[in-house]
Write a protein that binds this ligand. Structure first.
Ligand code: ATP
Length: 351
């Protein structure tokens, strides 16, 4: 599946800027981003409910840009299950096959098989109102995969469900996706959901792709300052007195000079990001930073650290053995983990 130079404008407003994405067959790709970043618009263009203002969309070698939704052979599951209330489970799931003119006996076999896959065996004759939310979403999933589409679109399919059911169905969707070898395009604004389910995540902001990568790469090596701040927790620090010399950028962070390996010279303002779990502090009488708050969180302590220049840092410190906490008001030194820090200039990484 491929987006080639796809954009979407509504009048003067650009909802989605030029997108170029290659999705491999059998891949699970999530679109993740804040509200209004263009995720649903992108998905709707793929489904055929919106027409791109420019560019083309391909499934395999077939250009589907102008094809009506029903002919695209793409399965779809939405947050609102959109089941037909007057039809039984069996009739709902068999509907796409009936539309395709499949004979009754063959249809019953296919429906039986897919109801077993989604764990709804035995509920064939229930109506949607006689099912729980999780069961209704399974029916919607069964209906979306019964005609064996090569691509399945899911737009926030689990957001109406409670936490337990959501995590259970996340596992089920992954299992079904692997079993059927189906390509899944998934829209969510839930980071954890995107992280646990996806082969790759496409992080979007203001209608643009910030970065497409495997979850771990996005978390450990964000290429874009928005991704660094959006995914997980990061301390974002504007760096001062930057000097670029021989592949290294030395910057001043609250009185400490830190040398960071970089690939190119910075443009204008420089931002350094560092995750709370990568920082450490140690009590030191001559320390220039100070603990302002400490919270016990089971396996780690969370420190709030006030730097000499007035900026604050969050630090997560693993609790080993029965190590005592550093108390509020105590002076500390901050150890900067240079190999785990990311440097950005004009929003893009220098590394
Ligand atoms: P959410 O997570 O809130 O669903 P999203 O990332 O899916 O957000 P989209 O629904 O794709 O975002 O919207 C992207 C932008 O395009 C938003 O600013 C939205 O207001 C705008 N937009 C969407 N549909 C239209 C439309 N029909 N006319 C004008 N603007 C639109």
């Amino acid at each position: 599946m491929r987006f080639a130079g796809v954009s979407k404008r509504y009048g003067d407003f650009v909802a989605v800027h030029t997108l170029d994405i290659d999705v491999e067959a059998g891949e699970f790709l999530s679109f993740l981003g804040p509200s209004g970043s263009g995720k649903t618009t992108t998905l709707m263009m793929l489904a055929g409910f919106e027409t791109p203002s420019s560019g083309d969309i391909f499934v395999g070698d077939t250009r589907i840009t102008d094809m009506p939704p029903a002919r695209r052979n793409i399965g779809m599951v939405f947050q609102s299950y959109a089941l037909f209330p007057h039809m039984t489970v069996e009739q709902n799931v068999g509907f796409p096959l009936r539309m395709r003119g499949m004979a009754k006996a063959e249809r019953a076999r296919a429906v039986g098989r897919v109801l077993e896959i989604v764990g709804l065996k035995g509920l064939n004759h229930r109506f949607p109102r006689q099912l729980s939310g999780g069961q209704q979403q399974r029916v919607a999933l069964a209906r979306a995969i019964v005609f064996e589409p090569p691509v399945l679109l899911m737009d926030e399919p689990l957001s109406a469900l409670d936490k337990y059911l959501r995590s259970h169905l996340q596992g089920e969707i992954k299992r079904i996706q692997r079993e059927l070898g189906i390509t899944v395009i998934y829209v969510t604004h839930d980071q954890d959901e995107a992280m646990t389910m996806s082969d790759r995540i496409c992080v979007m902001n203001e209608g643009r792709i910030c970065q497409i990568d495997a979850p771990e790469t996005l978390y450990r090596k964000p290429n874009d300052v928005f991704v660094a701040g959006f995914l997980g927790e990061s301390n974002m620090l504007a760096a001062q007195d930057a000097r670029f010399e021989g592949g290294s950028l030395s910057v001043s962070l609250a009185g400490d000079t830190v040398a960071l390996p970089v690939k190119r010279a910075p443009a204008s303002e420089i931002v350094v990001s560092v995750r709370p779990e990568h920082l450490s502090v140690s009590a030191a009488a001559d320390g220039t930073a100070c603990i302002t708050d400490v919270t016990y969180v089971g396996d780690h302590r969370r420190y709030e650290v006030l730097l000499a220049d007035g900026r604050k840092l969050a630090v997560k410190s693993q609790i080993v053995d029965d190590s005592a906490p550093i108390g509020p008001g105590e002076k500390v030194k901050v150890a900067w983990p240079t190999h785990q820090m990311r440097v950005f200039s004009d929003g893009a990484t220098l590394q």
